[in-house]
Every structure is written in structure tokens, then in C-alpha cells.
Design a protein around this ligand. Structure first.
Ligand code: F6P
Length: 329
């Protein structure tokens, strides 16, 4: 169903999902749509993120359109990583679409690149509120991004399966997880998964010391070594080579989890966050706010500028990093 200019001149809110998909994006779109409808607004979704925004690929969102999506992974609107949108010409096309459909406020759901895209539209005079959604959990100004909890649980499930087989043969396993520029997922998974070694882009890694400690663990009765590595720090293969060289006699295997980390049914934690953040984004738009992202600060919601959210990566907690080592003893 294609949206058309609103005959009753009700306020029109637009929503899109952008960048890498993350579980819970659908719950966020649902919350945006239903909150806006509750507030007597008309809602349209842009398919395929900023690409659909440029191309005018829209879908009218009614209460029933967003029914049944709450627990579905991926994003029913589709998403993209659009190179054209990064250009001035692409952004002009996007603004022209918004004008054509009479959209007065836009909710952008995505990670740092998508939030930066939202800010670019603000500079073209568009009212934008962002919602953080990325399994990387590296967006500034929020404790959690939508999708992180689900991805973390997926990685933990994999780690515990791998630990079973690792123990059965007394092997070393390197588990490579996503995180092109961020070690948040790897670190959380390492601590909650009882890994012995964690390798992340933010902190230099002493592979000789790590191998020595792991060998000592085996001499002390440990039946497995699990190393979790964020793809942005090194490949699983590289880490395996380094460990192998310093762990003579040990069989070192690699498991690359890849895109399975991005899919699946969002956890209750992610659905709850997505519902709150999506609804709040609409409230902020209706209050006249723009150029902000709504994020989580503990149990509370907070707003930060889109520029801050997009540029200030959430910091790695050094205590968590130390804890991983201590708890692996
Ligand atoms: O930004 C989220 C993320 O999942 C990164 O962790 C990962 O490196 C990247 O997306 C993969 O992107 P794509 O699916 O485009 O290959």
C-alpha cells in the first residue's frame, strides 16, 4: 500500500531502520507506529532505510500493519547501507521525498552511521529523533542498544555448546564474534560465558601471557580454553595461530559465529527497550525536539545529541575486562 499526501492534514511521522539489522528493530517500529497513531498522527515507513527514503519507497503503517512483528528478528521494513545517501545529492533526494509525503518528523532506528545520517538530514531542515539499534552496543549516550541483549544470548548459547565439545577433547577454541570497531559484545560474552581469554580492539592483547595462563589452567585440571575475539581486533584464525605457537601440544580450533549473531527472536529485554525507546522518540518529535537520540541510562530514558551518539563510542568497562581474567583462574 502506498502512502499519499494526507487529506486531513494530520501530523505525519516517518520511520525507517538503517544499517545492520538487529533483533528488536521491529518492536521499535511497532512502538513508533502505535504511539504515533495513539497521538492521532499518520505514520509512514520507508522501506530499505535511507535508500527507500531517497527513492520514495514507502508503506503506510497502521496498527494492524505492525501486528505480529514484536517478536520477529530482522526488520520487516528492510534496511540498507546506502553510499548514495552519504552524498549531498542523496540527501536532497531524501528531503524531497519527505516533502512529497508531507512528513514532519522522522524516527531513524539504527547504529552510529545511521544516527549520523539522521543528523545530516537535520542540517537540511528535517526534524529527526534517533533510536539506538545495533548488536555492537557501541552507540554513545545509551547503556544499551536494541539487539545487543539478543546477540549476547546467541553468542552465549554458542559458547556453552562449544565448551561441551572443547572439554570432551581438551581443546582450545577461539570464538570469533561480530564487532568491526567495538569489543562490547565480545567482552560481555566472555565474562558471561566464562571465557578464559578475550581479545577486543580497544585494549592491546598480550598473547604470550594469555597462552601461558591458559596452559597453567590445563595443568591445573582445566579441560578447555575458550578465547572470545571481536572481529575488529583480529580474525579467529590469527588468534588461533598465535595461541598455537605458545601452547605446544594443544589442539586449537576456530569457530566464526558470523551473521547468525544478528538474527533470531528478540529477547524480552530488547523488546522492552525497543518499545520504550520507540514510543519516546514519537513523544520527543511531538514535543518539538530534534537532532537528539533517546537512549537508556540504567532504568531511565535520556536524550543526547545525534552528533554525540554517533561520534562518542560507548566506552569499554576496564573492570569487566579485568574480571574476565580473574574469573578464568
Ligand atoms: O554494525 C553491526 C555489524 O553487525 C558489525 O558487528 C559487523 O561487523 C557488521 O555489522 C557486518 O555488516 P554486514 O552485514 O553489512 O556485513
Amino acid at each position: 500500500m502506498r502512502a499519499t499526501a494526507d487529506p486531513e492534514s494530520r501530523r505525519t511521522i516517518g520511520v525507517l531502520t538503517s544499517g545492520g539489522d538487529s533483533p528488536g528493530m521491529n518492536a521499535a517500529v511497532r512502538a513508533v507506529a502505535r504511539r504515533a497513531i495513539f497521538k492521532q498522527c499518520r505514520v509512514i515507513g520507508f522501506n530499505w532505510g535511507f535508500r527507500g527514503l531517497m527513492e520514495g519507497d514507502v508503506i503506510a503503517l497502521e496498527s494492524r500493519t505492525v501486528g505480529g512483528v514484536l517478536d520477529r528478528g530482522g526488520t520487516f521494513l528492510g534496511t540498507s547501507r546506502s553510499k548514495e545517501f552519504a552524498t549531498a545529492a542523496g540527501q536532497r533526494r531524501a528531503v524531497a521525498t519527505l516533502d512529497r509525503f508531507g512528513v514532519q518528523g522522522l524516527v531513524v532506528i539504527g547504529g552510529d552511521g545511521s544516527l549520523a545520517g539522521g543528523h545530516a538530514l537535520v542540517e537540511q531542515g528535517v526534524q529527526v529523533v534517533g533510536v539506538p539499534a545495533t548488536i555492537d552496543n557501541d552507540v554513545g549516550g545509551t547503556d544499551v542498544s536494541i539487539g545487543f541483549d539478543t546477540a549476547l544470548n546467541t553468542v552465549l548459547d554458542a559458547i556453552f555448546r562449544i565448551r561441551d565439545t572443547a572439554s570432551a577433547l581438551e581443546r582450545v577454541f577461539v570464538v570469533e564474534v561480530m564487532g568491526r570497531t567495538s569489543g562490547q559484545l565480545a567482552l560481555a560474552a566472555a565474562v558471561a560465558g566464562g571465557a578464559d581469554i578475550v581479545v577486543i580492539p580497544e585494549i592491546p592483547w598480550d598473547h604470550v601471557g594469555a597462552a601461558r595462563d591458559a596452559l597453567a589452567g590445563h595443568r591445573n585440571g582445566k579441560m578447555h580454553t575458550i578465547a572470545v575475539v571481536a572481529e575488529g581486533a583480529a580474525s579467529g584464525e590469527e588468534v588461533a595461530r598465535l595461541l598455537s605457537a605458545h601452547m605446544p601440544g594443544m589442539d586449537v580450533k576456530v569457530s566464526v559465529l558470523g551473521h547468525l549473531q544478528r538474527g533470531g527472536r528478540p529477547t524480552g529485554v530488547d523488546r522492552l527497550a525497543a518499545s520504550r525507546l520507540g514510543a519516546k522518540a514519537v513523544d520527543l518529535l511531538l514535543d518539538g525536539m530534534t537532532d537528539v537520540m533517546v537512549g537508556m541510562d540504567g532504568p531511565n530514558l535520556q536524550t543526547v545529541s545525534l552528533t554525540y551518539a554517533a561520534s562518542q563510542k560507548s566506552a569499554i568497562n576496564p573492570e569487566l575486562y579485568q574480571l574476565c581474567r580473574v574469573l578464568a583462574l
